[in-house]
Design a protein around this ligand. Structure first.
Ligand SMILES: NC(=O)c1ccc[n+]([C@@H]2O[C@H](COP(=O)([O-])OP(=O)(O)OC[C@H]3O[C@@H](n4cnc5c(N)ncnc54)[C@H](OP(=O)(O)O)[C@@H]3O)[C@@H](O)[C@H]2O)c1
Length: 293
């Protein structure tokens, strides 16, 4: 349901810090509603809607970029010290703007390992990895900023151009099996759509500062890979047991297999009424397959 009292129009100007996979998708979606959306990147794309921001070398956007901004979405990960790059470099500028809404893309890694149990926003974060502790610090910085902030905790993000299908085609995939291991995931279109739904309806649904955006069906990696091979009409190679595959995985790849949790979307999908476009990996991969053909 759209809130007619606060429709998004061309009077709304969004700055998307970190116009990568999710940020770029969000910007395209919000432009379709008539809004202005500028995205940042660390080097020039030569595109009119793009501006340069790099917290590492202090490349700061010029003043005109901030003129008339009503909404901000940050999709930039923490820096190596656990500081938020946007708040660190631009906090003093952003805090002076008349902002209606600010969003921050975080990760469900902040919940740590639940050994396969469900986690919801009511659970205390319990970061297990250093990068998740850095992420939790950034969430806290945004909360302390006193901006009208909403934080979205995301599991593995996939979508057209970045999915199991590309991994199979580029032969980068490893068919690894680990007993009872599940992953949660989310299609990039549902990240954009859920955020737009929350902004459009913010006057008549409860405001929650922290919201998980995940699909309905956490499942094993093998199920997703199997379906990917099926869609591509290819034969899946033999599975390797995690214990045998581990030694050939990078430390970062190994770290993803250490944690095991199911991320609940009940707050978003039941309490707040958002309807997922892609409820599970099969529907999501069917969509990604359209991009491959
Ligand atoms: N990928 C996942 O599965 C996943 C899961 C959960 C949460 N997340 C988090 O959700 C957010 C969005 O994820 P994504 O996969 O869509 O991200 P992405 O495609 O990797 O994009 C990240 C963006 O941040 C920018 N960036 C990185 N460091 C920066 C810095 N120091 N200064 C300025 N800009 C910087 C990048 O600039 P360039 O365009 O110049 O590269 C890029 O536009 C990220 O915070 C990510 O960590 C990701």
């Amino acid at each position: 349901m759209i809130d007619l009292a606060s429709p998004l129009t061309n009077k709304n100007k969004f700055l998307v810090f970190g116009g990568g996979f999710s940020g770029g998708y969000f910007a395209k979606s919000i432009r379709k509603l008539g809004c202005i959306a500028l995205t940042s990147s660390r080097s020039s794309h030569g595109e009119p809607n793009n501006f340069i921001f790099n917290s590492e070398d202090n490349s700061i956007p010029k003043d005109s970029i901030f003129e008339g901004v009503t909404h901000i979405l940050s999709c930039i990960p923490p820096d190596k010290h656990g500081n938020d790059p946007v708040l660190k470099s631009l906090g003093s500028i952003i805090k002076k703007l008349s902002l209606k809404w600010v969003g921050y893309l975080s990760t469900t890694g902040v919940y740590g390992n639940t050994y396969g149990d469900w986690v919801s926003e009511k659970d205390q974060p319990n970061p297990f990895q250093e990068r998740s502790q850095r992420r939790l610090n950034c969430e806290q910085e945004w909360i302390n900023s006193n901006l009208p902030i909403q934080i979205f905790r995301l599991p593995g993000i996939y979508g057209p151009g970045r999915s199991t299908l590309e991994a199979i085609n580029s032969k980068k995939i490893k068919v690894i099996h680990k007993e009872n291991q599940v992953f949660s995931r989310i299609h990039v279109a549902d990240i954009a759509n859920a955020i737009i739904y929350l902004i459009q309806n913010k006057n008549h649904i409860d405001f929650h500062q922290i919201i998980n955006i995940a699909d309905d069906e956490p499942c094993s990696q093998i199920q997703v890979i199997k379906y990917g091979y099926q869609l591509l009409g290819l034969k899946m190679p033999k599975q390797i047991l995690f214990e045998d595959a581990k030694k050939d995985l990078s430390p970062i790849a190994q770290s993803f297999w250490i944690e095991n949790r199911r991320v609940s979307n009940k707050l978003l999908c039941e309490k707040l009424g958002y309807k997922l476009i892609y409820k599970n990996y099969k529907l999501g991969l069917d969509n990604c397959f359209l991009n491959i053909k």
